[in-house]
Structures are given as structure tokens and as C-alpha cells.
Design a protein around this ligand. Structure first.
Ligand SMILES: Nc1ncnc2c1ncn2[C@@H]1O[C@H](COP(=O)(O)OP(=O)(O)O)[C@@H](O)[C@H]1O
Ligand SMILES: [Mg+2]
Length: 379
């Protein structure tokens, strides 16, 4: 007669370009979860934003059944409408009608990029008063917007590579002025980025003016907000952080990209980038990276987990905080869980800890709310 199982909804797929990565991460998470402790409720989201609840949403998304079912409904296109529950207007996938959002104790969003890692889903879960793994609305939103994130890092005294930010419309209106300013303040090489994507999509390295101009046009196709950063001759160091208000840092790891920088192909396509765990850096650099990782986590109001990525300058030895990822890649061979494993916390226990942290944080928020003194009625 064991305790009641903890009911966990694992959400995956979604509308971002990282749909497949999310499926891979979520499949690993569900596989590793202890079935004696957890009752798992898988929830899939199609590329068009339709939610699949009940049945086997992972299979429906991996096999393409769900996407095919949407063909001809006018909803397969990217500009389709979404919806929270499938089945309200008939079954999308056989066996998936008549479903409700499951009654669960905690939600584990395993969604990378926009519409999942960016605070939108977190806002929905807050509205529904549900416990969920990972950062809240603010931390998620700051983690997704590279300009807002760097502004906060800078305000908190964290070292970041020098940058310039602008709107795509500013660029279109006065490209010569921006080129002059970027050349004066940053020089070449520099990195041009859309503020709001992930997986290196839309990011280019500019070695000279015409590449800068092309890079701006490229990035402007993805976002209205753009960021240009000084190119650091860098090694890429990453640290996993775990906890709520008293977070801990893992041993650092190093990524050795297979391309000139860690672009989309190097991340997902050629499989040739290497992970070095622990990173071959000095004890001092290790300590510094861990300290900065915890400060960066707190600066953007993260919770539960985040992977903090650094650029370690080969020339000066200086560490720059590059970004936080609030829902990092989570397959069993991804950097985030690998770093915890190397720090003594195996993958299944990492999942246990994340679920505990989600419940703790939710309970803490509930306590705060119940003490709200304005609940007195007028009259
Ligand atoms: N300022 C920079 N200097 C050197 N390399 C950079 C810089 N900014 C980005 N890069 C390279 O581009 C990659 C992707 O940039 P990043 O800001 O991490 O975007 P994403 O959120 O898409 O991962 C980094 O992993 C690194 O290889
Ligand atoms: Mg990155």
C-alpha cells in the first residue's frame, strides 16, 4: 500500500521551430520517470497549436498522424487557430475525443523556444493555479528575449559582451547610421541575432560590412527586435543550475562546435559537436563560472532549472554570460542532465528534484496568497 502516485502532465511538441527537439526531450523524461511514483499524463501540441490529450500524443506527433489529420481542415497552416482541448469539435485523432485537461498535481513543460519556454504557457498555468516545473512568467520571458535578458544582466553587474540593440524598422529606415555605430562600438567580427528565437535560428556571424548588412536582413525576417554583439574569440562553457531561491550550480561543461560557431547545423544536424564534461578549465574559472551562473539565474528570476551559457574569451580569459535557457535540451545525452550526472545527481533523481521544486514553489505562492489582507468584503 504505497502512497498515492504524483500525477504529472508532461507537455511537448508545440509551435516553435524546436518541435522535434521537444519531442526527443520529453520522450527521455517520460522514459526515465519512476512509474511507481508517477502517473504520467502526456500532452502533445501540434505545430499549429492544437492540444492532444488522451491516447498517445507522442506517437501521434512523432508519426505525423496528428499533422495529417489536420490536413484539409485549414488548420495545418502556421496561421491557424489554436485551442486548448481537442475533441470539442470532433475527434482529431481516433481515440482522442471526449477529453479534458487531466487533473494533475504538477505540469512538466518540455517545450523549447517560443510558445512554451517564453512565459506564455507559464502564464496559462498560473491562471489555472497549477504547479509546474521551471521558471515562472517573468523568468521565462526574460530568458527568451535576448535584449531584455542582457539589459538585466548588465544592470546586475554581470559581464556580457558589448552589444547594440535596435528594431528592424530602425535598421530599414537608416542602415548607414547603424552600420557606422556598430562598426564604431563593436567592430568585426560581430554576431547579428533576432531577439527572440533559439537554436541559433536567424543568427549570423559578420566578418565585414556586407555580411553585417545581409545578417541584419536575415535576422529582421524573424523578429522586430534585433541584437548585434561583439564577436568574442570564445570557448563555450555551460553550467546547469537547479533550485528555487537557493539554487546550486553543477560542474561546468564545454561545447566544442563542429562549425565556426555553434549554429543550427552544429547543434542538431551534423552530430559532430563535442561535449567535454567537466570543462577543462582551471579551478578558479570553474568557481567563477558557477558563481556567475547562480547570479544570472537569480537576476532573471529563474526557478527550478536553467542552463547558463558563457563565452570564455581565449585572449583575455574573461567569462561573459551569454544566455540562460529556462527549458534546456533534456534528452539523457543533453548538456543539462549530463552536467548534473557528472555532479552526482543521476537523470531520474534530477526529474524527482525538479518536480519537488515545482510543488514547493506552488505551495509557497499559495501561502502568500492566503495571507493577502485585502480579502475583506466591503459593505
Ligand atoms: N558574442 C558572441 N561571440 C562569439 N560567439 C557568439 C556570440 N554570440 C553568439 N555566438 C555563437 O552563436 C551561438 C548561438 O548564439 P546564442 O546567443 O547562444 O543563441 P541561441 O539562443 O540561438 O543559442 C553561440 O553558441 C556561439 O557559438
Ligand atoms: Mg545558445
Amino acid at each position: 500500500m504505497g502512497k498515492r502516485k504524483v500525477r504529472v502532465a508532461v507537455i511537448f511538441g508545440g509551435r516553435s521551430g524546436e518541435h522535434e527537439v521537444s519531442l526527443a526531450s520529453a520522450a527521455s523524461v517520460m522514459q526515465a520517470m519512476d512509474k511507481d511514483r508517477y502517473e504520467i499524463h502526456p500532452i502533445g501540441i501540434t505545430r499549429s497549436g492544437r492540444w492532444l490529450v488522451g491516447g498517445d500524443p507522442m506517437q501521434a506527433l512523432q508519426s505525423g498522424v496528428a499533422e495529417r489529420a489536420l490536413l484539409g481542415t485549414g488548420e495545418e497552416a502556421r496561421d491557424s487557430r489554436g485551442g486548448l482541448v481537442v475533441g470539442a469539435r470532433g475527434a482529431l485523432v481516433p481515440g482522442m475525443e471526449e477529453v479534458h485537461f487531466p487533473d494533475v498535481d504538477v505540469v512538466f513543460p518540455v517545450l523549447h523556444g517560443p510558445y512554451g519556454e517564453d512565459g506564455t504557457l507559464q502564464g496559462l498555468l498560473e491562471m489555472a493555479d497549477m504547479a509546474y516545473v521551471g521558471a515562472g512568467v517573468l523568468g521565462s520571458a526574460l530568458g527568451m528575449d535576448k535584449v531584455a535578458m542582457k539589459d538585466v544582466f548588465r544592470a546586475r553587474g554581470l559581464p556580457v559582451a558589448p552589444y547594440v540593440h535596435l528594431l528592424a524598422r530602425d535598421w530599414r529606415a537608416r542602415p548607414e547610421e547603424w552600420v557606422a555605430r556598430i562598426e564604431a562600438e563593436l567592430g568585426y567580427p560581430c554576431f547579428v541575432k533576432p531577439a527572440n528565437l533559439g537554436s541559433s535560428v536567424g543568427i549570423t556571424k559578420a566578418h565585414h560590412r556586407s555580411e553585417l548588412e545581409r545578417g541584419m536582413e536575415e535576422a529582421a525576417q524573424y523578429d522586430r527586435k534585433l541584437l548585434v554583439e561583439r564577436g568574442i574569440n570564445a570557448r563555450e562553457i555551460e553550467v546547469s543550475v537547479l533550485g528555487n531561491d537557493d539554487p546550486e550550480a553543477s560542474v561546468p561543461g564545454e561545447i566544442v562546435p563542429s562549425n565556426e560557431f555553434y549554429d543550427y547545423a552544429a547543434k542538431y544536424l551534423d552530430g559532430k559537436s563535442e561535449l567535454l564534461i567537466p570543462a577543462p578549465i582551471s579551478p578558479e574559472q570553474t568557481r567563477r563560472a558557477q558563481e556567475l551562473a547562480v547570479r544570472a539565474f537569480a537576476a532573471v528570476d529563474c526557478a527550478g532549472m536553467a542552463r547558463v551559457d558563457f563565452l570564455l574569451c581565449r585572449d583575455s580569459g574573461e567569462l561573459y554570460v551569454n544566455e540562460v535557457n529556462t527549458i534546456p535540451g533534456f534528452t539523457a545525452i543533453s548538456m543539462y542532465p549530463k552536467l548534473w550526472e557528472a555532479s552526482g545527481l543521476p537523470y531520474p533523481q534530477l526529474i524527482d528534484r525538479l518536480i519537488e521544486l515545482a510543488i514547493e514553489r506552488h505551495e509557497e505562492r499559495r501561502r502568500l496568497r492566503s495571507e493577502y489582507p485585502g480579502a475583506r468584503r466591503e459593505g
